[in-house]
Write a protein that binds this ligand. Structure first.
Ligand code: FBP
Length: 342
């Protein structure tokens, strides 16, 4: 990335060029494309801008704290969870590009109102991952995945949402941290864009991101260790005591932020199953599978401890899964330890 000598030096540039997300999406869409997928990705960028503006002012607005409601998983919903969810639905349900949506915040599959045209895509998303960190100003994020409907003659049936991650046509996340960044892949590498607040534009800041082959970090909630099985204990000890060079331990408690740090510097994130949570905590459809899609596009891998997260065919839109995701050899090592005791 070359930095010109004039007043533009603060703007992210690729080879001296300022590239907006709109331009990048249009330039990278295949010849045959009608443009609907590009438009959905662009709408997610807009959702990211609106949610970013809310999270940035959260302490000033009445959007902090609990909403006094619980989601389908029985978890207390934060006001910002519901606000972010509402922003995405209001942006997406009338565009004629989607046939339905699935969100962490609503029990049922969101059907497109009859009055609007149905499109050929399904959007699955977690409007605010890591929401238990909202009140403490720690990075949170929106995770999303996009599927094509199984049959254009019957768009918007529940089966359209119960597809394995291998069928994702695109996935990404928007991280609301020191800056707001959008990271996505449509199957041709992983690319990141930084929101330039003074312009209100997402500008390309990194292309074709790959996991470093010299990972630095490992992440899991250490406090859950008492509930781990023998295999997970041995894997955790291997990460701490045997991996060379030494790795550092980091855990933010926002999977999207932990994933992003590991994607940037190399590493592995784990949320294993425990007797209390035999399926783990993380949701497959709109949390684990989209990140596993990105991980594979960046040369990494996502597993439930014995198989690729992308091979799991969901039977429930809110089902959970154990998660090991990051550098491929670190995740394969987890599979080795976990399966040695099965
Ligand atoms: P939410 O989507 O409801 O925020 O839940 C997921 C999550 O917050 C992940 O982002 C994070 O990695 C994990 O739960 C933290 O769980 P724990 O507090 O058990 O470590």
């Amino acid at each position: 990335m070359s930095l010109p000598q004039n007043g533009l030096s603060h703007l992210p540039m690729i080879d001296g060029q300022i590239v907006t997300i709109e331009r990048f999406l249009l330039d990278s869409q295949p010849q045959y494309a009608k443009g609907d997928l590009t438009a959905i990705l662009y709408d997610m960028a807009l959702a990211g801008k609106i949610i970013s503006a809310q999270t940035r002012r959260a302490g000033l607005l009445d959007v902090l704290g609990l909403a006094g409601k619980v989601n389908v998983q029985g978890e207390s919903q934060q006001k910002l969870d519901l606000l972010a969810d509402d922003i995405i639905v209001r942006l997406m349900d009338h565009t004629g590009r989607l046939a339905g949506m699935v969100t962490e915040e609503r029990k049922e599959f969101i059907r497109i109102p009859e009055k609007y045209k149905k499109g050929s895509y399904i959007l699955v998303y977690d409007p605010l991952d890591g929401s238990s960190n909202i009140d403490t100003n720690i990075s949170i994020g929106t995770i999303f995945g996009i599927y094509r409907v199984l049959d254009d003659d019957t768009p918007g049936i529940i089966e359209d949402c119960l597809q394995p991650g291998q069928s994702l046509v695109a996935a990404g996340y928007i991280l609301y941290g020191t800056s707001t960044i959008l990271v996505y892949s449509a199957g041709n590498g992983v690319h990141s864009f930084t929101l330039e607040p003074s312009l209100g534009e997402f500008l390309l800041s990194q292309e074709n991101i790959r996991f470093s082959d010299k990972p630095v970090f490992y992440s899991y909630n250490h406090a859950r260790g008492r509930d781990w099985d023998k295999g997970m204990h041995q894997y955790a000890n291997w990460l701490r005591d045997e991996h060379t060079p030494k790795l550092s331990y980091r855990y933010i408690g926002s999977m999207v932020a932990d994933f992003h740090r590991n994607l940037t510097h190399g590493g592995v994130f784990c949320y294993p199953a425990t007797p209390e949570k035999p399926k783990g905590k993380i949701r497959l459809l709109y949390e684990a599978a989209p990140l596993a899609f990105l991980a594979e596009q960046a040369g990494g891998y996502g597993s439930d401890g014995s198989r690729s997260l992308l091979d799991i065919v969901p039977t429930d839109i809110h089902q959970r899964t154990p998660v090991f995701i990051g550098n491929r050899y670190l995740v394969e090592k987890a599979e080795e330890f976990l399966n040695a005791h099965k």
